[in-house]
Design a protein around this ligand. Sequence first.
Ligand SMILES: [Zn+2]
Length: 597
Amino acid sequence: MKCRRIALILLVLSVGTFAFTADTPSTAPEVFAKTIDKITAREADNVKTFAKYSPIVETYVQGFKKDKELGRMPVEDSYFLGRASFKTRLQDDSFISDQRPVVTRNILRQIKEITFERRTGWVPLGFTQMTIIDRGHFDRLHYKFVYRQKEFVGSVRCLVFDVVPTAKGHGMFLGRIWVEDQNFNIIRFNGSYVHPEEGSAFLHFDSWRTQVSSGQWLPTFIYSEEYDVMNDKQPVTLRGQTRLWGYATSQSDTAQEFAKAFTTIQVDSKDAVSDQVDSSSPLASQKAWEREGENNYILRLEQASLIAPESPLSEILDTVVNNLIVTNNLSIEPEVRCRVLLTAPLESFAIGHTIVVSRGLIDALPDEASLAAVLAHELAHVVLAHDSDNSQFGFNDRLIFPDTAALDRLRMVRTDDEEKQADEESMTLLENSPYKDKLANMGLFLKQLEVNKKVLPNLLKSRLGTSFLEITPRLATVKSSSPELAPKDIHQVAALPLGSRVVLDPWSDHVDMNKARSVPVMAAREKLPFSLTPFYPYLTRNFVETPAAAPTETPAPVTLPKADSQPVAQRANSESIDGGNLSKSDRVDIDKVDGGK
Ligand SMILES: [Zn+2]
């Protein structure tokens, strides 16, 4: 009896969603046309909303050759990092200095002409363009819409349409759209732009939007691909992952921030001043000054959306560092803390007593012990009291510059001697730690890096800190005592695909560990070390969207957003439907996430 009642309620809800069909005695074609008009009007509104933000846009592209047994073998890569702007014209300011002239040239072109140029050079803006279907022409006049089916994308029920351009403009969209059925937001579109200019080409792409805590659906992930692009007379397949984040920081408004601070801070908590030491002695003053410089440096990178705020993932890193500190009987003041650099290139560094590890590196490392080895190296710089020149950032004028200058201004460089000493010290720290006998996978990881260093220079090139390849020899004994690389052995995991571990919230920049259950590797071609895979985010309606004309009410409580991106292979069996964060008690053990054997 109970079952039947539940079924009935579901039916009512389902009809309710399309209630407008019953309201007016419209004919089927009229209803269809009205629905399409709602979708295209909502899309035009959304494009206007995007213009309020200038998120970080990061694109990483790999070119592959196919090997029958080992699957896709990377042969080249490219990397772009910029801040996107969706105002009257799409724009993309690069963080990487040698990419800036190219970008300046391209923003002068009409949006439809900005494409991915085949072999004559990359146009980063071409990837940002894939966040928008068609600015200005997306309507029934320029496109034919064909209804296909109802389908769930994650837990969001969608109407699915095929979209075919009826006009012959450059760069019109041909493909499929998924429209959530409550407010008619397009949350995914997949296809390509057609009729490229002479000498250019458009990639195929799959573009996703995520509902963030402001209630809006904003562009977050784009997977792009193209077959048979010629590279040295050999056909390669290109795959690209574009991620957008930093939405909240990109629209921070000084006046509003000030007002917020005034209304929320009522009392000075003890924590608010805990970092300030009693600076009555010269050494204490010196240390306080250095810590202030270190704090300023980290906060500046946080404001630029390059470093995540304190998050569940940085707490996991803190735990691993604490394991090293405790087992080595170290007493370090002020305490060592960890942060996550939000970008893909594999790098890490320490400034003062703060250890920073990149998202890409955490993604690719095979297990907790190899993460500990990375952290041990940075902890060694701290233990050896290597000066990271953080005292210069005690002067705030050094931190006032446009975000896009951050990689040039805030680069951390170490001498070869310091690197060598830190490498030796890190071995000592690991010897005394619980990770001592578990470093075989770290050795394999280093060997895999060696194999890929010529073909993936952009993934391995550091942008802010120190790349793995800049420290030679790194963990030489760990590397030499590890087994031989066996690409055909499905039980040997040297490095994971990118996107394996870290889940990044595109609104708040918080990072967490991916909770999805791992999928067993069935064949050598599924090992995918350092590889790119399609995105398959599990979309949810986490937030109440305020209807435009609704009376103002107290907003409903919201849960923390979940910006879930993970390779398609890892999505299967996932049970995480809601966007709840991991509490400390049910936190995923990094070894159990994937690859830990
Ligand atoms: Zn180092």
